[in-house]
Design a protein around this ligand. Structure first.
Ligand SMILES: *Cc1c(COP(=O)(O)O)cnc(C)c1O
Length: 353
């Protein structure tokens, strides 16, 4: 730390992204990326001509992409915000709507806590129930920024849309943010509620189901007034927040919707297969609607399993929080990658005996 850093940031603990090691070729099941490439039409859109156009600024209104997403999801372009990854819209939302404090589950996406710290927002963390579910009643009538990932991370578990509606209804004077980063893998979206409630913001990302984590593209749906607030923050920080190439790929991705639907169904099938295999080996696997599963076994310490898998070339995500330190979060890869995972887990358990 330099001696110039503002006092308010000196104790800030930054978010720790999942490791992206360069030392060897791992089977990478630790950051919930897609194992599949973007659709061929998306890849082909990246021409030399497009790269040359980088001399010009990108469209700060992102109109082309907003129109496409609005068409795909049956909303108006005024209901859509485009962001540099969904982390950016989460950042803006905490900045803009966290004035009365924020509330989120104790086990959820780790970034929520960092944003709360960054903006000196008083954060209330509500423990998940003993089965890792969310009791929606505990989020009703809070009158603070409510943030819930649905499906939740790293559990993969969902809460039904009618319970989200109860939360939204009971907090009319504060925003409810539902992070739908993983909704495309079998979850149920609460998007239709934005027509009825002006205090709901739904965030999405291209990083998981759209095979574009490195492109950094996210979006959000909300009432026109809430979207206008987010635009105000964006134009006060970085108007050209999305680069030209990413905007183009984002539009092409919408046009290739059926390719991505197919890949999501493949992930779901592989998730079911992997769950069954691990259960057969005596693992506890939480019921997941995401592109990852959260697993533990009584036969081996969670941190130890993580280490042994890494030594054998498979990266999964381990968290040190005592409540979940026996678990590992495993991204669903291709069927072949998951077969290798199962074989390697068997090997590790055998060597551990
Ligand atoms: C991955 C993830 C995000 C952010 O993804 P971006 O790459 O910034 O779009 C947001 N929320 C949750 C719960 C995630 O897991």
């Amino acid at each position: 730390m330099s001696r110039f850093l503002n006092q308010q940031y000196q104790s800030l603990e930054a978010y720790t992204p999942g490791e992206q090691p360069r030392d060897m070729q791992y089977i990478k099941l630790n950051t919930n990326e897609s194992p599949y490439p973007p659709a061929p039409s998306v890849v082909e859109a990246m021409t030399g001509e497009q790269v040359e156009l980088l001399r010009l600024y990108s469209d700060p209104t992102a109109k082309g992409l907003k129109d496409k997403l609005a068409g795909l999801y049956g909303v108006k372009p005024e209901n859509v915000f485009i962001s540099n990854g969904s982390d950016e819209v989460l950042n803006f939302a905490f900045m803009a709507f966290g004035g009365n404090g924020a509330v989120f589950p104790d086990i959820s996406y780790g970034f929520y806590e960092v944003y709360a710290d960054l903006y000196a927002i008083n954060a209330e963390k509500i423990p998940l129930e003993s089965d890792f579910s969310i009791d929606y009643r505990k989020y009703c009538g809070k009158n603070k920024l409510v943030v819930i990932a649905n499906p939740n991370a790293p559990t993969g578990m969902t809460i039904p849309v009618w319970q989200i509606e109860e939360i939204v209804k009971s907090n009319p004077d504060s925003l409810v943010l539902i992070d739908e980063a993983y909704v495309d893998f079998g979850g149920e979206t609460c998007l239709p509620l934005i027509g009825t409630y002006d205090n709901l913001l739904v965030t999405r990302t291209y990083s998981k189901s759209r095979c574009l984590a490195g492109g950094r593209l996210g979006y959000a749906f909300g009432s026109p007034a809430v979207i206008a607030d987010l635009e105000k923050i964006k134009y006060s920080t970085n108007p050209y927040n999305i680069n030209r190439l990413t905007l183009l790929l984002g539009e092409k991705t919408v046009e290739a919707e059926s390719y991505y639907q197919e890949k999501c169904r493949e992930i779901e099938a592989t998730r079911a297969w992997t769950t069954q295999q691990l259960a057969g080996l005596g693992f506890t696997v939480l019921p997941s609607k995401a592109n990852f599963i959260f697993v533990k076994t009584d036969q081996m310490d969670g941190g130890e399993l993580y280490k042994k898998l890494k030594e054998k070339g498979i990266l999964v995500r381990h968290f040190t929080n005592p409540r979940i330190c026996q678990f590992n979060r495993v991204t669903i890869g291709t069927k072949q990658q998951m077969q290798t995972l199962i074989d390697t887990v068997k090997e590790v358990l055998y060597e551990n005996q």
